[in-house]
Write a protein that binds this ligand. Structure first.
Ligand SMILES: NC(=O)c1ccc[n+]([C@@H]2O[C@H](COP(=O)([O-])OP(=O)(O)OC[C@H]3O[C@@H](n4cnc5c(N)ncnc54)[C@H](OP(=O)(O)O)[C@@H]3O)[C@@H](O)[C@H]2O)c1
Length: 292
């Protein structure tokens, strides 16, 4: 929706192009789609970026916690870009398979492109994409699947976090990185070796890069959040695992049966609220509440 105050800000953007009313920005075909207008038989693709005060990138915004984070973004005028394989209604989509290192450059380019000339208030990168597959013991699951999981869960948070911070150096806006971690970072779950290792790596990357950002003045703030047990497709996958490949399966079935898994939007709101707290840069927060 057009916002006159914001439009005034957009008018100060020397690169803003008038393509109609309000100001709109043409964005490349094939990369992101937002609104389609057919004009005189020609197909024009416009993104109505009248004013973007808050720019939010969410990997894994197509499902579960990431999709819930997108739905309950606490900034009314936010532009949200979902980075994942599947699109999700209500957000722009940048398609990427993040278990493929070849895709990471494209995401880095997206960050650089979207942040170049960004004059709004805040940029946020939420990294929620993750996978438990293949569930099974190390040495007993297919090597290529295992390698893809390592790339997605261990490597992509670090490489994409680095790319985001690099792009954010060019702007003045408040800047946040939120990594969706897990209690698996500090608990041994047999059958999840690459997942546990990936979340531990994520946490330590956040601690270290957070300390670096603090030394650089702290404009960019980093946070890793273990969201607790949240009722998503991933929980369904866990409950469907065999006890041979995942001996703790009954415990997770119990979380569901006892009503102990949380609603994704409730978890998402709590995660967003952490950005307002005065946490140490590089904090690792566990939202899991043990049952009585
Ligand atoms: N649910 C829980 O209880 C729980 C607990 C602790 C931590 N977490 C963490 O929360 C995060 C979100 O999980 P969720 O529970 O919301 O699961 P989910 O509903 O299964 O969502 C997983 C998301 O990751 C994306 N993703 C998976 N593989 C991808 C790939 N190769 N490339 C790009 N994106 C990929 C999926 O998007 P596409 O399929 O569209 O690519 C999807 O949006 C994960 O990092 C998970 O480890 C969840």
């Amino acid at each position: 929706m057009w916002n006159p105050a914001a439009s005034e800000k957009a008018a100060r953007n020397p690169l803003g192009r008038r393509l109609g009313s309000p100001r709109a920005q043409v964005i490349p075909l094939g990369a992101i789609s937002h609104e389609l207008f057919a004009v005189s038989g020609l197909l024009w693709i416009f993104y109505t970026s009248t004013v973007i005060e808050n720019l939010v990138f969410i990997t894994g915004g197509s499902s579960g916690i990431g999709a819930a984070m997108a739905r309950v973004v606490p900034y009314p005028d936010a532009r949200v870009i979902n980075i994942s394989r599947r699109a999700q209604k209500g957000t722009d989509h940048y398609q990427a398979d993040l278990s493929d290192p070849a895709a990471w450059h494209g995401v880095a380019d997206l960050f650089a492109r979207e942040m170049k000339d960004f004059a709004g208030e805040r940029v946020v990168f939420v990294h929620s994409a993750g996978t438990l597959q293949p569930i099974g013991f190390a040495g007993e699951v297919p090597m290529d699947d295992y390698a893809r999981q390592v790339l997605l869960d261990s490597a992509s948070p670090q490489v994409l976090g680095d790319a985001f911070l690099r792009a954010a150096r060019k702007i003045q806006a408040e800047c946040h990185v939120v990594m969706i971690s897990s209690g698996a970072a500090f608990t041994v779950f047999e059958g999840w070796s690459a997942y546990c290792a990936g979340k531990a790596a994520m946490d330590q990357w956040v601690r270290t890069a957070g300390a670096e950002q603090a030394r650089r003045g702290g404009r960019c703030r980093l946070l890793a959040v273990a969201p607790g047990i949240v009722e998503t497709a991933m929980q369904e996958e866990i409950r469907a695992a065999s006890s041979d490949g995942f001996p703790s399966v009954e415990m997770f079935v119990g979380f569901r049966d006892k009503g102990q898994s949380r609603d994704p939007e409730e978890a998402a709101r709590e995660i967003w609220s952490l950005l307002e707290r005065d946490l140490e840069n590089g904090a690792v927060v566990d939202l899991y509440v043990p049952a009585d």
